[in-house]
Each structure stands twice: as structure tokens, then as C-alpha cells.
Design a protein around this ligand. Structure first.
Ligand code: TXA
Ligand code: MG
Length: 321
């Protein structure tokens, strides 16, 4: 059931049930982070492997401190600059957070989402919310309440409808626990913004591969059902696949043959707009059942890095025949 009743959502969460919540990045599948039964049902509903830890959502820095041992200085600087917002900080966890949430790690990922409805909900309850993106494991993340309803509707108690997510890609995950600040996942907060607040360069430690040691960063992720190919040479790929029923995901000024159905992430070449449209357009193209979706790489600056990261994981199951 979709709605905007915060009191009802609160009741469901207090009963250790799960609720779909809007955030500025993507929709989350939320449950009481301090209740293992609630956390277990999140894993079950998503069909998510237990080696893939969950992000804990809180209403402000003070509540973040309640689940952590301490806040490193640089983490606090970033939190002050970007919370609420698309920044997740990896912090040393205290005993309130179980190993189930962190997949056995001593560090917990924490963020303050920037969505009025979810922020209000977080203030109404007296526990933090564990919330992964509200999609079945491995599929495209949801940026609208309907996406959640469509895929998880029958197994979620309630879905809070907060409109479309206005950033559109997941939060950037940052580790400030070592001597050098590391970016663990590219996301809705650009590296440029992080570096300008810290006044130093950061290390890109985004992992790829099918190694479970790299939670949530599996090669194959964000995958549509249809074959999906990412390319820097869209015209050439169109020629190579001539004769197939092709659809295309493009960016900026580009000429696509008339017989190819295409969606443009941002005709004016704006990467923020492209991020906002990304998952919704991937879902629309996936519904066409074409033989192949060909996606175009976007420039590797600002949110372009996160967009290319998602597109390349989506395309990793493509096998050239
Ligand atoms: O924008 C977002 O971050 C969204 C919204 C709902 O807040 N959430 C989200 O969660 O993207 P999810 O579960 O799809 O991705 C969480 C990822 C994990 O797969 C893992 O890569 C990383 O966050 N993560 C979480 N806890 C971690 C931990 N303790 N150590 C290392 N990585 C962690
Ligand atoms: Mg996810």
C-alpha cells in the first residue's frame, strides 16, 4: 500500500515491519536497525546475501553519534557540510548496532537522508532505520514509490510516497578512518565537493569484481532484465547490432537512427539531470523487451563518475556474440 501517513509508517516500524521510504538518492526499504527481526526481514524481502551490509539512517549528527564509538575529525567536517544529503560515512560502530547490520564489520555506514518526509519520520521514532535501496538484490534501484510498489509491493507493509528522488543515484560512501580519506562507493555527492570541503585529495577505493569482500560493489548490479551494453562509441555499436531490436540510453547532443527508440538522460548535457533520470529511464527501456539496450558513457566529471559506475555494472552481464 502506498500513502503518506507518517503515523501509520511509524507504527509499522515499531512492530518490526518494513516500510518503503523516500530519500533524495533512491527509495529505501527501512526497518528498525536495533531490532534483528526487522533487519532479517529486510534481507529476506530483498533476497540480499548476508555479506552485503546495510546503511543506517539517522536524523542528525547527534543521533549518528549514538550508534558509533567516535566521529573522526574529517568525518565530522563532512557531516557538517553535507548532512542531510547524499553522503554516507563509514564509522566505528558501538554495541547498539548488531553484526547482522554490518555483515560482521566493526564499522557501520551511517547517513542523514535529505527528504522532508523521511527526516520527519526519523524524528518521530526513537531508533535508527536500516535501509538498503528498495529493489530486489541486483536490480535497478527505485527512484519513485511506484517502482517499489511494482517490485516489492506485496512484501512491504507500507510505502511512503515522497515523489521522485531528486538526486537519483545512491549516496557516496566515504571512509575517514585511516590517514587518507577513501571513497568506497561513487554516488550523489561528487568527489570534487568532498575534496573542496576537506581541502585535500581523496583516494578512489571503489572496488569491482565478484568478490564478496567488496560488499554491494559486485560487478553485476543495477541490472535490467534485457541485455544491456555500455559504450563510448554509440554510432559504431548501432552499426554492429543492425538488424536487432535496439533501444538506446543517450546523453547530450547526439543523432540516433529513427528506427531506434531512445531516451536522452539530459539533452542539454547536464549531469545532475542525467543522474535524476538514470534509473527511471533504465526501467522504462527494460520494459520494451528490446534485444539490446545500448547506453552511452557520460563525461567522467561531477555525478558523471557515479552514472558511469552504475551503467558499467548494469552492462557487466553483456556477452558479445
Ligand atoms: O543512497 C543510499 O545510500 C541508499 C538510500 C536508501 O539511503 N541506500 C543504499 O543502500 O544504496 P544499499 O544497501 O543499496 O547499498 C549499501 C552499500 C552496501 O552494499 C555496501 O557497499 C555499503 O553500502 N556498506 C554498507 N554498510 C557497510 C559497511 N559496514 N562496511 C562497508 N560497506 C558498507
Ligand atoms: Mg542497492
Amino acid at each position: 500500500m502506498i500513502g503518506s501517513d507518517l503515523v501509520y509508517a511509524k507504527k509499522q516500524l515499531e512492530l518490526a515491519l518494513t516500510v518503503g521510504i523516500p530519500t533524495e538518492t533512491v527509495y529505501g526499504l527501512a526497518g528498525n536497525a536495533l531490532n534483528d527481526m526487522a533487519v532479517l526481514s529486510i534481507f529476506k524481502i530483498k533476497n540480499r546475501p548476508f555479506f552485503d551490509p546495510l546503511i543506517v539512517h539517522v536524523s542528525d549528527i547527534e543521533s549518528a553519534k549514538k550508534v558509533t564509538k567516535h566521529l573522526p575529525e574529517k568525518a565530522e567536517k563532512l557531516a557538517k557540510a553535507f548532512w542531510p544529503g547524499p553522503l554516507t560515512l563509514l564509522l566505528p560502530k558501538n554495541n547498539s548496532i548488531s553484526n547482522l547490520v554490518t555483515s560482521g564489520s566493526d564499522y557501520v555506514a551511517v547517513r542523514v537522508p535529505n527528504h522532508p518526509m523521511t527526516l520527519e519520520l526519523l524524528k518521530m521514532i526513537d531508533f535508527p532505520l536500516a535501509a538498503p535501496s528498495a529493489n530486489p538484490f541486483g536490480y535497478i534501484s527505485p527512484t519513485r514509490a511506484e517502482h517499489v510498489e511494482h517490485q516489492l509491493g506485496s512484501s512491504v507493509s507500507y510505502i511512503l510516497d515522497g515523489g521522485f528522488s531528486n538526486i537519483g543515484v545512491e549516496s557516496t560512501i566515504v571512509d575517514c578512518n585511516g590517514p587518507r580519506v577513501k571513497i568506497l562507493r561513487l554516488g550523489g555527492l561528487s568527489i570534487e565537493s568532498i575534496e573542496s570541503v576537506l581541502g585535500e585529495s581523496v583516494e578512489l577505493a571503489v572496488t569491482t569484481g565478484s568478490d564478496p569482500q567488496a560488499p554491494g560493489q559486485l560487478d553485476k548490479h543495477y541490472s535490467p532484465e534485457s541485455a544491456f551494453l555500455l559504450t563510448g562509441e554509440i554510432e559504431r555499436e548501432m552499426m554492429l547490432h543492425k538488424g536487432k531490436r535496439i533501444s538506446a540510453l543517450v546523453f547530450g547532443e547526439v543523432k540516433i537512427p529513427e528506427d531506434v527508440f531512445s531516451l536522452n538522460l539530459s539533452p542539454s548535457g547536464n549531469l545532475d539531470e542525467a543522474a535524476l533520470n538514470l534509473f527511471h529511464y533504465m526501467r522504462l527501456l527494460d520494459k520494451l523487451n528490446s534485444d539490446l539496450i545500448i547506453a552511452m558513457k557520460v563525461p567522467n566529471i561531477g555525478l558523471g563518475l557515479a552514472i558511469n559506475d552504475r551503467l558499467s555494472r548494469a552492462s557487466s552481464k553483456f556477452v558479445r556474440r
